[in-house]
Design a protein around this ligand. Structure first.
Ligand SMILES: Cc1ncc(COP(=O)(O)O)c(C=O)c1O
Length: 401
């Protein structure tokens, strides 16, 4: 007899890690409760000893594990198709833990995509490079280039974002994973922009999938968190980092993220259709010189995006103002009334960011230019409002820019 087929993604988003998994009693809460306790105790010391030893299920101390955080971990593992997920206090803490799980030491090498979230790049250069890890940044959209570097360096790890920030390059996750493994590297993918609704990197063989849960997973702009999803081999290393570094997610934050996940599929559906519509409208505007959206056929990675995502291309759009000087672009952003000029993404409301003064502020002008970050570039996380209202806001701000 075959196995029961998995319920659909939406059903799992609504139910995974949910109330039916709370302890049995005369009644059960309809949603998983917040266990706001730093420690848990048992009738006898022998019971406690057995839980500490892992011989009996349970929780002892929230820095090690907490029931509400564990419910979130179950939900994310289920949606990603991983056997384990470990939650952290922020996306950066999750990136850090995933890198530590590679057990990098002096002389080891790491191959990293050149287009990378600024803080991840800083983390590598501030902590890992001085430790003697050879960190090489490269253009991984060029698979030949990637293979050449993997063959030459034999790095211990390959790290990239499935969709990059801010010009939304789409990396060929299955091809890069195959190459990484061929040359002995463990593969880490930051899937914050895509979420398991768009794409599940573990199915392509990726070893560690990282999310800033602050973004789409939580989705409401009210919480910070991070999650790493993996298989059984690397879970212990992640748990050790949690326990020893202490970069834990609080139970209330876990509950909020879990609550956000319940509507992930609905939100993402709307983010995607709104973003496609906004991108197409921007492309027709005389004051816009370029639009970056992986769903458009003029995007350099449209074919890879189609292969990976099918018919949904995410909620992120970037665009360039014609003759977009710094002053003019900042004036345009200041003129927006509905879209929020917030340095984040993935929330229900539309958010606009100016990379040269925020996410990519610390790069020199030359490096920014190399990454396609001009003074006229604007990054937009398209929300789930009525698309006509987002477009009307852009129109009035462009009229005055
Ligand atoms: C792709 C990506 N990864 C990681 C992070 C870090 O997440 P957090 O801000 O939750 O620490 C961010 C934050 O913007 C991000 O965009």
């Amino acid at each position: 007899m075959g196995e029961d087929p998995l319920p659909g993604f939406g059903t799992r988003a609504v139910h995974s890690g949910g109330g039916h998994e709370t302890p049995a009693g005369d009644f059960r809460p309809s949603v998983f409760p917040i266990y706001a306790a730093s420690a848990f105790y048992y009738p006898t010391q022998a019971d406690l000893d057995a839980v500490f030893a892992g011989e009996k299920p349970g929780f002892v101390y929230t820095r090690n594990a907490n029931p509400t955080v564990a419910a979130l971990e179950r939900a994310v593992a289920d949606l990603e198709g991983g056997s384990a997920a470990v939650a952290f206090g922020s996306g950066m803490a999750a990136v850090h833990a995933a890198l530590l799980a590679l057990e990098l030491g002096p002389g080891d090498r790491l191959l990293v995509a050149r287009d990378l979230y600024g803080a991840t790049r800083d983390l590598l250069l501030t902590f890992f490079a001085p430790m003697g890890v050879g960190v090489r940044f490269a253009d991984l959209t060029d698979l030949e280039n990637a293979e050449g570097l993997l063959a030459a360096d034999r790095p211990k790890g390959l790290f990239f974002e499935a969709v990059t920030n801010p010009v939304l390059r789409v990396l060929d996750v299955p091809a890069l994973t195959g190459l990484g493994h061929k040359y002995g590297a463990k593969v880490v993918v930051d899937a914050t922009f895509t979420t398991p609704y768009l794409y599940r990197p573990l199915a392509a063989g990726v070893d560690l999938v990282v999310h800033s849960a602050t973004k789409y997973l939580a989705g409401h702009g009210d919480v910070m968190g991070g999650v790493v999803v993996t298989g059984p081999d690397l879970e212990p290393a992640l748990r050790t980092t949690l326990r020893l570094v202490g970069s834990v997610l609080g139970p209330f934050e876990a509950w909020l993220i879990l609550r956000g996940i319940r509507t992930l599929h609905l939100r993402l559906e709307r983010h995607c259709t709104n973003a496609a519509r906004v991108a197409d409208w921007l492309a027709t505007h005389p004051k816009i010189s370029r639009v970056y959206y992986p769903g458009r056929s003029d995007h350099p990675d449209h074919a890879v995006a189609r292969k990976l995502f099918g018919s949904h291309f995410g909620g992120m759009v970037a665009f360039e103002l014609k003759n977009g000087t710094r002053d003019r672009t900042m004036r345009f952003i200041d003129g927006l009334r509905l879209c929020r000029p917030a340095p984040t993404l993935g929330d229900i409301f539309t958010e606009v960011l100016y990379p040269p003064i925020s996410s990519h502020r610390y790069l020199g002008p030359e490096e920014r230019k190399r990454l396609g970050i001009t003074d006229g570039l604007v990054r937009m996380s398209v929300g789930i409002e009525d698309p006509e209202d987002i477009i009307a806001d852009l129109e009035q701000a462009l009229a005055n820019a």
